[in-house]
Design a protein around this ligand. Structure first.
Ligand code: SAH
Length: 361
């Protein structure tokens, strides 16, 4: 028997109701949750799927996040950094494939110099009519401002978990700077970015209520973009090896499963009806056949096809067996298009700001 109460669109989601939904296992009840999320998605952001061309600029990183396969101490990884010309080429590829947004993501790499990055942003904006999203980790306010002034529209920085104790274990601060990603998100909003965040699902030591609080924090921060995916253990990381972690009651541990991910995508859509929510690569990694589609059917409205050169992309190994790791940008595009059309959805023609709008509010 379902333990949850029937869900209405825009349901009054409290810590208790979200937690109950996260723990729900009854198939009929979950079907109802997924339907409610799909209706809310259609009503608020429509049937268009936003395509964001992802460029993984660099896999160098100064941080030692315990979950991440490109963390500083990963000694055997081949490191790369795209140069300006390569980045401009990737942006041109994205535009040619019809993507209206370019997402530039990287490890936290100080060699990505703020002024050079600003120059690249300006150059992309002068050559192409695209929105630019950055995901370059924790940088200082002057750098965020510089990049915003250069034309960047959006910034993605996941807070990973809202539980401070777990966060400190998995995401150690730099010695001279306390890591406070929620504070950074608020600053980014003040500077004028659309802001995106998200979490991993099923981190060791993550309890049901922690995850429910994550969803409440998405709503409280009024995020424009929210990316969630399963935690995928990387065997060459401290968390993947079990060297770090925290003991919790096994009944409290959130599983890092496909079904959990759909529940979180659906509840996130109900909590944040207007947000842009991707069906993530991590989800596609645990179900290579249908993960993307099921994400799009249960609340998501964005996919992020990769346009990083294939010979570099294989080294952006945040977790093992990543989906879409070897395909060319063209193959990635064709694959995404097929999946979107098979769902009876269509590719968005505008830049896809929050709420399905084509211009900023
Ligand atoms: N350096 C940037 C980008 C990090 S990669 C930053 O720190 O913001 C983007 C996201 O991948 C991370 O925020 C994290 O949520 C996710 N990720 C990293 N390692 C992962 C793993 N092992 N399993 C699942 N997701 C992971």
């Amino acid at each position: 028997m379902p333990s949850t109460t029937p869900i209405a669109d825009g349901a009054d989601l409290t810590l208790a109701t979200i937690t109950a939904w996260l723990r729900e296992t009854d198939a009929a009840a979950l079907a109802e949750l997924f339907d409610a999320a799909d209706r809310t998605r259609r009503r608020n952001v429509g049937d268009e799927v936003q395509l964001r061309g992802l460029i993984e600029l660099s896999n160098h990183c100064r941080r030692q996040c315990a979950y991440c396969g490109i963390a500083r101490d990963r000694k055997d990884l081949t490191r790369y950094r795209l140069d300006r010309e390569q980045i401009l080429e990737c942006a041109a590829t994205a535009k040619r494939l019809g993507y209206q947004t370019v997402v530039m993501q990287a490890g936290e790499d100080p060699a990505i110099r703020a002024d050079e990055m600003a120059g690249i942003i300006r150059e992309i904006k002068s050559r192409h009519d695209v929105a630019i999203t950055l995901s370059l980790g924790e940088r200082n306010d002057d750098e965020f401002q510089l990049w915003r002034d250069a034309g960047a529209d959006r910034y993605l920085i996941r807070f990973e978990t809202s539980d401070h104790d777990l966060y400190d274990i998995i995401h150690p601060s730099l010695p001279y700077r306390l890591s406070d990603r929620v504070a950074i998100l608020k600053r980014l909003r003040e500077i004028g970015y659309e802001i995106g965040s998200g979490v991993m699902i099923g981190l060791p030591g993550q309890r049901w209520e922690d995850l429910a609080r994550d969803i409440l924090l998405f709503r409280e921060l009024d995020l424009d973009m929210i990316g969630v995916g399963p935690y995928l253990p990387h065997p060459d990381t401290p968390l993947g090896r079990g060297d770090v972690g925290r003991e919790i009651d096994p009944d409290e541990q959130v599983p890092n499963t496909e079904e959990m991910t759909y529940k979180v995508v659906a509840l996130t859509r109900l909590a944040c009806p207007e947000a842009n929510i991707p069906s993530t690569t991590a989800l596609a990694t645990i179900n290579k056949g249908l993960g993307r589609e099921l994400g799009l059917m249960r609340g998501a409205n964005v996919v992020m096809p990769n346009v990083t050169p294939s010979d570099c992309r294989i080294h952006y190994e945040i977790y093992p067996a990543k989906a879409c790791i070897t395909e060319s940008a063209e193959a990635c595009f064709a694959c995404m298009l097929g999946r979107i059309h098979a769902l009876g959805r269509r590719v968005a023609t505008g830049k896809g700001y929050r709420g399905g709008r084509n211009t900023r509010n």
